[in-house]
Design a protein around this ligand. Structure first.
Ligand code: SAH
Ligand code: SF4
Length: 374
């Protein structure tokens, strides 16, 4: 019932201290919040009536004013390699359904969930299918956390009670730092002991380079940072990642090194999409070494994943290998990301969801800040 839902607080949007304040606001003792968290995150139960140690009266009051609601599944696909992709409802706009995507990637000894932070993206990187969709809106904290909660429920636990999701990456649809206000509490919920309890090393935020927000992030949290560099000079990066015209490479790298200083001893991963004939020449590798050598930086090369309508092609395997070897030989650790789930369009950059009624903003030289929270 939409009207009722509108006034209920979705508890998936509240970090532990806010949940405690909420419970105290209902006239309850703070320890009730701990009990609620255990039900929601450890037992994966969202129905208050099943929370038997809460007392009948509290259960009834919670049902009236609160809810635990994850986004609804539109479709679920399983790839031949075990990768799973969910298309999730993100409300209606202009009378049409909006949807976002989350992807689970199982590997030996770990399981990574890749989640979305926005419906679409305003940053318009030229090689990205999400960017090509345009921007509709920011997700709420509850919608961001709800993707993990839902995937956890769908995936269940292993025979010895081990959890399927060991790592969370904000590398799905959207630019997480453009939705800072909702993303930061979500990061807290991922890491809190009483919630998902994922270690900070296993939570990665990927950004295309919103410099002021990288400084802010250094103050507020200590998750692993991945930065979408994709080009070793401003002329090329201006074309591939338009936000570069606002925050050029030198400024971006300075914010990255600051982030590292504030974290003591972590490295930053620089993502580099491999585009045939565009950014994959050895001269580009040489420039990249100059930028990164001597810093705690790793390069993660992503073979370009094509999507309908794109003019780019994936670099040839020999070019990818030569680029990687050049970096490694010259003192910059580089790895190539294995493509997963491409048979179900779940690979990096293929997440398109369904974005309608979008405010198509081109963040070029005359930048408009729609969709990018200051
Ligand atoms: N907006 C954030 C996070 C989402 S994109 C960011 O840009 O970092 C996650 C990664 O996939 C980024 O490095 C992005 O540049 C990359 N990517 C986007 N489109 C791609 C494509 N078609 N093929 C391969 N990687 C792509
Ligand atoms: Fe947005 Fe990231 Fe895609 Fe660029 S690569 S358009 S920032 S989602």
């Amino acid at each position: 019932m939409a009207a009722e839902n509108a006034v209920r607080t979705n508890l998936l949007g509240l970090p532990p201290e806010e949940l405690e304040a909420f419970v105290v606001g209902l006239g309850e003792k703070p320890f009730r919040a701990r009990q609620l968290l255990t039900w929601i995150y450890k037992r994966r139960i969202g129905d208050f009536e099943q929370m038997t140690d809460l007392g009948k009266d509290l259960r009834a009051r919670l049902s009236a004013v609160a809810e635990v609601r994850a986004p609804e599944i539109v479709t679920e696909h399983v790839s031949a390699d075990g990768t799973r992709k969910w298309l999730l409802r993100a409300g209606r706009s202009d009378n049409r359904e909006q949807a976002i995507e989350a992807v689970f990637i199982p590997e030996l000894g770990r399981g990574t969930l890749c989640i979305s932070s926005q419906v679409g993206c305003a940053l318009d990187c030229s090689f990205c299918s999400t960017g090509a969709q345009g921007f509709n809106r920011n997700l709420s904290t509850a919608e961001i956390v709800g993707q993990v909660w839902l995937a956890n429920q769908r995936l269940g636990v292993g025979p010895a009670g081990e959890r399927a999701i060991t790592n969370i990456v904000l590398m799905g649809m959207g630019e997480p730092l453009a939705n800072y206000r909702a993303v930061l509490p979500a990061l807290r919920i991922f890491m809190a002991d009483h919630c998902f309890d994922v270690s900070r090393r296993r939570v990665t935020l990927s950004t295309s380079g919103l410099v002021p927000q990288i400084y802010r992030l250094a103050e507020d949290t200590n998750v692993a940072l991945a930065v979408s560099l994709h080009a070793p000079n401003d002329a090329l990066r201006d074309q591939l990642v338009p936000i570069n015209r606002r925050h050029p490479i030198a400024e971006l790298l300075e914010s990255c090194w600051h982030y590292l200083d504030a974290q003591n001893g972590r490295s930053i991963t620089f993502e580099y999409v491999m585009l045939d004939g565009v950014n994959d020449h050895l001269s580009h590798a040489r420039e990249l070494v100059k930028l990164l050598v001597g810093h705690d930086a790793k390069v993660n090369m992503i073979p370009f994943n094509p999507f309908p309508g794109t003019a780019y092609r994936r670099s040839k395997p020999e070019a990818i290998a030569a680029f990687r070897d050049y970096l490694n030989v010259h003192g910059v650790t580089a790895t190539v990301r294995r493509t997963r789930g491409d048979d179900i369009d779940a690979a990096c950059g293929q997440l398109a969801g369904r974005v309608h009624d979008r405010t198509l903003v081109r963040l070029g030289s005359k930048m408009i800040s729609v969709g990018v929270e200051a």
